[in-house]
Design a protein. Structure first.
Length: 133
């Protein structure tokens, strides 16, 4: 029965990856619940990691960098646990890209906060001139 569960999980993962192509985040996230449950049931860390990496890709697609980073690192750990060297290395590189995006997003947010703070300090009589650049 575990072979049937594993194959069912693989099929659901394929469907989930296809559904993610339409850009609907909620449909995408829902589509990964069945394969993850199947892979947890059969205790297959490699397929759990593959599903988690798909979830990370979906988070990244929607620029939800913190969630993407958590999922990417979990996938990396899963591939390591499964002794899947090639996928582990790929997951490390993928996680590094996601973490770089997380840092860039944090820096952009910090710059936006600083600009907002500076703008609040501009005297009323100079606001139009400051806005014109």
């Amino acid at each position: 029965i575990s072979g049937d569960t594993l194959n069912s999980g693989k099929a659901h993962l394929l469907v989930g990856n296809v559904q993610c192509g339409d850009g609907n985040a909620e449909v995408g996230f829902q589509s990964f619940k069945k394969p993850m449950a199947a892979f947890i049931e059969v205790k297959n860390p490699m397929w759990m990691a593959r599903t988690t990496k798909s979830v990370a890709r979906l988070y990244a697609q929607h620029e939800r960098w913190e969630e993407a980073a958590r999922a990417a690192l979990a996938a990396k750990n899963g591939f390591e646990e499964a002794n899947s060297t090639g996928e582990h290395i790929d997951a490390i590189l993928f996680a590094a890209k996601i973490l770089a995006e997380l840092v860039k997003a944090g820096l952009r947010e910090n710059v936006q906060r600083q600009i907002h703070a500076i703008c609040k300090q501009v005297p009323k009589e100079l606001e139009a001139e400051a806005a014109a650049g």
